[in-house]
Every structure is written in C-alpha cells, then in structure tokens.
Design a protein around this ligand. Structure first.
Ligand code: NDP
Length: 405
C-alpha cells in the first residue's frame, strides 16, 4: 500500500486526487489531508475518506474543525498552523505527497516533502516559479521523485525519453511546445477585455479550476508561469519553450525532437489523467475520465498567442529570461494583483500593469538561499499593493459581476 498525503485537499486538484485515490483502495492508503481554512469541506473529507491525519493552516479554522468533528471524530489526528502542514508533508508513513496548495503558500510544504525524499506530485507551480533552483536541489538532496501534475508538463514528461530526471536537459529535444486554450477572453477585443469582470474571468471554457488559476488562464499568466516551470523541470532555456494557442485543449503539449519528430499527449480535459499518471508512474491505472473520441472531436486548431491583448505572457517571458529573483517578483505581483481583481479593487488590464511596475522596480539578482526568495516575495507584494492603491485612487476598479466571495 502506498501512503499518500494530499495538501490542498479541499481545492479542485485536491478533490480530483481524492476521486482517483478512492477508485484504488487496494493500492493507496490516505495518510493525511491538509488545507487552509475550509473546515466544513475538510470535515466532510475526513468523515468520508478516513485519513490518519488532517491539518488546517488557519488556527481558528482548525479549532472549528475539531468542534465540527466533536465526538463523532474518526480516528484522524488533527494538526494546525503552517507547521501542521509541514508535519503532514514529512510524515514517515507518507510515500507520496500531492502538493496542491495554491500560490506561494505552498512553497514551504513542497520544499519539506522534497527534502524528506517523497514522491512529489507537483501541482503547485508557484513553488517552482519562485524557487526552482532550491526545489530542484532539495529534490536531489532528499532523493525525492518529482512528477509534474500540470497537464502540459505531465504531457511533456510522458513524451520525453524515459529516465530523464527532474531539471535534466532531455537528449535530442529541440524545443517544447506548451499548448494553451487561450482562456475565456481568447476571442475578445482589447476593449472587451479591459471591461472584463471577475465572474467572466473565472468561467474557463474547458477546465474547471480554482479561482486564482482561472484568472491566470484568462490573462495567460498561467502559461507564463508554466513556461518558467517548464524551464526548471526540463532544464531548458526560455527560447526553447514556445506557446501555441489550441482552443480545444485536447493536445496537452508537445516535444519536438532534432530529427523533426513531434510527440504529443492527447486526452480529455480532466485533471484526473495527469493525477492518475503520476500516482501510478511508471505503471498505468484507471482515472475515471471520459475516453477521448477523436472522430467526435473532429478538428484541432493551433495559432500563435497575441501578446498585445495578453501582456502578462510577454511579462512572464521577460522574467523567465532574467531568471534569479525576477520570477519571484512576477509571481508575488501576480498573486497580489489577481486577489485585488477578484475583490473588485483593480480592473482586468490593471493586473498586467501592476506586474510590469513591480518587476521593473523589484530587486533583481541571483537566488542564493530561501531567505532571498522570501525577501523578494515580500518586497514585490509591498510594491504591488502600492501600485494597486494608485489604481484605486485613479478609479480603475471594476464591478464584481456575479462572482462568489
Ligand atoms: P483551489 O483554489 O481550488 O484550491 C486551493 C487549495 O489550497 C485549497 O485546498 C486551499 O484550502 C489551499 N490553500 C490555499 N491557501 C493556503 C494556505 N495559505 N495554506 C494551506 N493551504 C492553502 O486551487 P486549484 O486546486 O485549482 O490549484 C491548486 C494548485 O494546482 C495551484 O498551484 C494551481 O496553479 C495548480 N494547478 C491547478 C490546476 C487545476 O485544474 N485546478 C491545473 C494545473 C495546476 P482552503 O480550501 O481551506 O482555502
């Protein structure tokens, strides 16, 4: 039995992971579940999946969880605070850790799981964007196995020569092509995009995802973060990773070899495929997804992205080329700006404008240690808040539409 910890269990990737695990009770044992503050959903998951441990990062929510479970609590041991998540990530009973916390908050537990030598299923792309060199060092030092969950990177991993290690430049590869649905505003004019509401931005045409990554998909920052993630995971410079718009989201990404061959992974747009792939690797197991019917799919379209309507993509490309602390600033500015957009404090085009200002002003330079990353992260968040306040004073906010809280 393989012991599994799911960090971010109450989110979209977390729930898909639990769905896949529940299909294979003979193969996996749920060791732990961790989240931030959704005590209601975590209580339901504990009752249903009976993990050995559960943790909430927020102390108040952890108390609420204990109260909700009361005497009916199954035997799960409850942990709390960020250190509770670190304990979950390093439990000796856990062979495998799904890192599916959203944003920079996922970095400490992801690093801890890598240092502890776990099989690390990495959905939390932000930790690679922020601290790629440190995470790869931790993977190598801890003897961890790093498997990408992002559908694009998982597709590339499946198309690479077997045995290619994390961060190792694959043999014979000319370039990678990351596919991108184009998001909900793919065919909108610049004027329509400028007036986009949070409700419209989180309504992704193909994928059901958390709110932050849905906005990232609408700005194309998600693809920019994935470009940086791909450079670290596959040991390539940014000029060897191209982005192609593919509205059907059937081809999940491609690898071009020096002999002219292109290998691609195709499938339904359902995250349970990469999750099941990484859980079972190097074997295969069922995931519950609908099988792809190519005849019904009919056609596959590809086109170049438009940097003028989606300036977050070139900003990320600039950060990828700069390397060092600039991707840290990019990520922190993006998280802060997306949060402000979802709160109605910033309009959609303000997201790129805030990021641009932050990466221009933030301290650049190489990453030496985790302290450098954390300092750059907080500097960038301060600069982003200043820039958002300037936008608010100028009145460039937007109505919330019908988006939930
Ligand atoms: P969701 O917003 O659906 O879920 C986020 C999860 O992270 C929740 O469990 C949340 O807990 C937890 N969380 C948030 N903040 C903290 C914190 N400070 N401490 C501990 N836990 C925290 O996100 P997704 O599942 O969509 O995305 C998760 C990650 O996977 C992201 O990095 C995303 O980029 C990546 N990813 C997602 C894909 C998708 O299809 N959804 C595809 C590819 C990658 P709570 O509910 O208690 O707030």
């Amino acid at each position: 039995m393989i012991g599994v910890v799911v960090l971010g269990s109450t989110g979209s990737i977390g729930e898909s992971t639990l769905d896949v695990l529940a299909r294979h009770p003979d193969r996996f044992r749920l060791v732990g579940l961790g989240a931030h503050r959704n005590a209601g959903k975590l209580a339901e998951q504990i009752q249903r999946y009976r993990p050995d441990y559960a943790a909430l990062a927020d102390l108040g929510a952890a108390r609420e969880l204990a109260a909700r479970l009361g005497d009916t609590a199954p035997s799960a041991r409850l942990l709390s605070g960020p250190e509770g998540l670190l304990e979950l990530a390093t439990l000796p009973q856990a062979d495998c850790v799904m890192a599916a916390i959203v944003g920079a908050a996922g970095l400490p537990s992801t690093l801890a799981a890598a240092r502890a030598g776990k099989r690390l299923l990495l959905a939390n792309k932000e930790s690679l964007v922020m601290a790629g060199p440190l995470l790869l060092q931790a993977v190598h030092a801890g003897g961890a196995v790093l498997l990408p969950i992002d559908s694009e990177h998982n597709a590339i991993f499946q198309c690479l020569p077997p045995g290619t290690g994390a961060g190792e430049t694959p043999r014979g590869v000319r370039r990678l092509l990351l596919t991108c649905s184009g998001g909900p505003f793919r065919d909108w004019s610049a004027a329509e995009i400028a007036a986009a509401t949070p409700a419209a931005a989180v309504a992704h045409p193909n994928w059901v995802m958390g709110r932050k990554i849905s906005v990232d998909s609408a700005t194309l920052m998600n693809k920019g973060l994935e470009l940086i993630e791909a450079c670290f995971l596959f040991g390539l410079t940014p000029d060897r990773v191209d982005i192609v718009i593919h509205p059907q989201s059937i081809v999940h990404s491609l690898v071009e070899y020096v002999d002219g061959s292109m290998l691609a992974e195709l499938g339904s747009h359902d995250m349970r495929t990469p999750i099941a792939h990484a859980l079972a690797w190097p074997e295969r197991m069922s995931s519950g997804v609908e099988f792809l019917d190519l005849v019904k799919t009919g056609r596959l379209d590809f086109r170049a992205p438009d940097p003028a309507r989606f300036p977050c993509l070139p900003l990320a490309q600039t950060a990828a080329r700069a390397g060092g602390l600039t991707p840290v600033a990019l990520n922190a500015a993006n998280e802060t700006a997306v949060h402000a957009f979802l709160e109605g404090q910033l309009n959609f085009t303000g997201i790129a404008s805030v990021i641009d200002k932050v990466i221009t002003r933030c301290t650049a330079g190489p990453i030496g240690a985790l302290e450098d990353v954390l300092a750059a992260d907080s500097e960038a968040r301060c600069l982003a808040h200043e820039s958002i306040e300037a936008h608010m004073r100028a009145g460039t906010t937007v109505s919330l539409g019908s988006v939930g809280a």
